[in-house]
Design a protein around this ligand. Structure first.
Ligand code: AMP
Length: 356
């Protein structure tokens, strides 16, 4: 794959904050970013060279987009398979590839690949009908979590099953779509790794980081994670084997549970830049956003070296009103996404605190 020259156009599916930060990183390397989004006045559109406003299943919009850009990438994982196919049919280079996008949309396929690669996962079973849930619970046992196979994010589409009697209510809450039952992992902490594979097959990972969630939403990431060197090395090796197995090009994340006995359990992968990697923009030689743009443009990967310890705090809903205090902190860097309205649970910005 030849490297795109500065002046080329990076196409980004999605207009949210990840698209915005990707577009800014693209501009820094001399590229133009074009956004495809159904949303008017999106956070990404306001920093991009151009926006095509269309739904992700709008064939004419996808074709126009494919013709205007030199590579198509995405800021969200739920790109409809038909959209990826339409873009490829229109001659677009798409990175990450359609297989990686499809994999991340199906929790069962994702865990099957993890198992094939020798990763430890929570025990799991596909649940398509009420009877499957009883069979799965008998094998996996309670406590367990019932999740939608597709389209879950930020803890949405989940039901806890504390004991077998909770099964009917959990199934009723989520039914009428394919599900997965997972054994509950009483983890010590949640970790994630942000890694990249270049078009030339090169691999690079940032330091393992540690995440705190509340109500399914990421609140805080600290880098590096409090984890033994062997765990850090293991996470890195897992990311590398996944990247090569998928012939992946771009940045991705793997989320893990670290158990008290030191086992590292792979929960899920995200085929895109990730909220738990935002600290890289302030604490590393090159951010995850630059790294992703470099990879999809066929450039050499950048250094992932961490310059100092860091902590990233999401500003959710009206927490963004505290920007003034963060802006006055000499060790903090404030990032606001330009969203017009703060709704509860909406990610409005983040702050990185540098530990120097
Ligand atoms: P997910 O949508 O898979 O990222 O799940 C959202 C959050 O739910 C995770 O970050 C965990 O805090 C929790 N969770 C998900 N799966 C499990 C599991 N098998 N055991 C324990 N906690 C889980």
């Amino acid at each position: 794959v030849s490297a795109l020259a500065p002046g080329s156009v990076i196409g980004i599916l999605g207009g949210g904050q990840l698209g915005r930060m990707l577009a800014l990183a693209a501009a820094e390397l001399g590229f133009d970013a074009h956004i495809l989004t159904p949303e008017a006045d999106s956070p990404a559109s306001r920093v991009a060279a151009r926006t095509i406003r269309a739904d992700y299943d709008d064939a004419a919009g996808l074709t126009a987009f494919a013709e205007a850009v030199d590579v198509v990438t995405t800021e969200f994982e739920n790109v409809p398979a038909a959209a990826a196919e339409a873009l490829i049919a229109a001659g677009a280079r798409v990175a990450p590839n359609a297989r990686a996008l499809a994999l991340a949309q199906d929790r069962v396929a994702e865990k099957e690949l993890f198992a094939d690669l020798g990763f430890v996962t929570a025990p799991f079973a596909a649940v398509d009908a009420r009877a499957d849930l009883d069979t799965a619970l008998a094998r996996i046992g309670a406590p367990a979590i019932l999740k939608t196979r597709r389209l879950g994010y930020d803890g949405k589409g989940q039901a806890r099953i504390g004991k077998a009697e909770d099964a009917p209510a959990a199934f009723a809450k989520l039914s009428a779509q394919p599900l997965i039952l997972e054994g509950f992992c009483a983890f010590e902490r949640e970790l994630s790794i942000i890694a990249a594979r270049g078009a030339d097959g090169a691999f690079a990972a940032y330091d393992l980081c540690e995440n705190e969630h509340a109500e399914g939403i990421l609140r805080r990431t600290r880098a590096p994670a409090r984890a033994p060197a062997a765990v850090q090395e293991k996470a890195r090796a897992m990311a590398e084997s996944l990247a090569h197995a998928l012939d992946y090009v771009g940045v991705f994340a793997i989320e893990f549970f670290l158990m008290a006995d030191g086992r590292l359990i792979a929960n899920e992968m995200a085929p895109r830049v990730h909220n738990s990697g935002h600290w890289t923009a302030d604490a590393c030689v090159a951010s995850q956003f630059e790294q992703h743009v470099r990879a999809v443009a066929g450039w050499p990967l950048a250094s992932t070296a961490r310059l100092c310890d860091a902590e990233m705090i999401n500003l959710i809903g009206d927490e963004a009103d505290s920007w003034r205090a963060h802006a006055a902190d000499p060790n903090a860097r404030v990032h606001l996404y330009g969203k017009r309205k703060a709704r509860p649970g909406r990610k409005m910005g983040h702050v990185t605190r540098l530990k120097r």
